[in-house]
Ligand binder design. Structure first.
Ligand code: GLN
Length: 211
């Protein structure tokens, strides 16, 4: 049912907290598709890599032959790259040591392994209003990053949110709870990445009929 104004957002669904992302994205009017094999990437306007367990996710990505297709997807979309949102383990997956699509190094379980699951207010650059209440579950932080990566937010002096072009990575679970401002920011970047309506870049499966 995707119309031209309705972005189709893939959510990597090998493992982890993909359903909460889907719910939030659908609540904001996007269509979602669970991504498990490379062909699920066809025709997407954006992708979410959810939280979970990065070792398990890495194994799943290898098993399904998804690493190269995911890297190719990230390289699409012109100068800004393809819109991708990674949260928690998803942030880890985007870093130099995993898919290598963002120029940063994530430190896993950086706040401590079990005891350091907590909530904290994160004031995010680009998100207006009060801070976002972030839920951190055995969360990473960004230990190092290159010049193309802009840090958007910190907790206890540690970088927990970053942007590189249209890729957005956060250490916390923004998909839990009812504050959808981060997903709104993400969907805005998709809008900018969509092909011009006059072109022939309608999403796969679209037929004529105009707008
Ligand atoms: N600690 C997990 C990892 O290293 C991430 C936790 C999460 O996604 N909530 O993969």
């Amino acid at each position: 049912m995707a119309g031209k104004d309705t972005p189709l957002v893939g959510v990597l669904a090998l493992q982890g907290g993909f359903e909460a992302h889907e719910r939030m994205l659908r609540g904001l009017g996007a269509c979602t598709r669970e991504v498990r094999v490379p062909t699920d990437l066809d025709g997407l306007d954006a992708l979410v890599v959810p939280g979970g367990e990065s070792t398990t996710m890495t194994l799943g990505i290898a098993r399904e032959g998804l690493a190269e297709p995911l890297r190719a997807l990230a390289a699409r979309g012109g100068a800004g790259g393809f819109p991708i949102l990674g949260s928690c383990a998803g942030l880890i997956m985007l870093d130099r040591d995993h898919l290598g699509v963002m120029d940063m190094r994530a430190q896993r379980n950086a706040f401590g392994r079990q005891i350091k699951s907590f909530e904290a207010d994160v004031q995010l650059l680009g998100v207006g209003g009060p801070p976002i209440r972030g839920i951190f579950i055995r969360a990473p932080w960004i230990a190092a990053h290159g010049p193309d990566v802009e840090i958007l937010g910190e907790v206890e002096g540690h970088a927990v949110a970053a942007r590189q072009g249209r890729m957005l990575a956060v250490s916390f679970h923004a998909e839990l709870g009812d504050d959808d401002r981060l997903h709104r920011l993400f969907l805005e970047s998709i809008a900018h990445a969509l092909p011009a309506p006059a072109g022939d870049g309608a999403p796969v499966g679209e037929t004529g009929g105009g707008r």
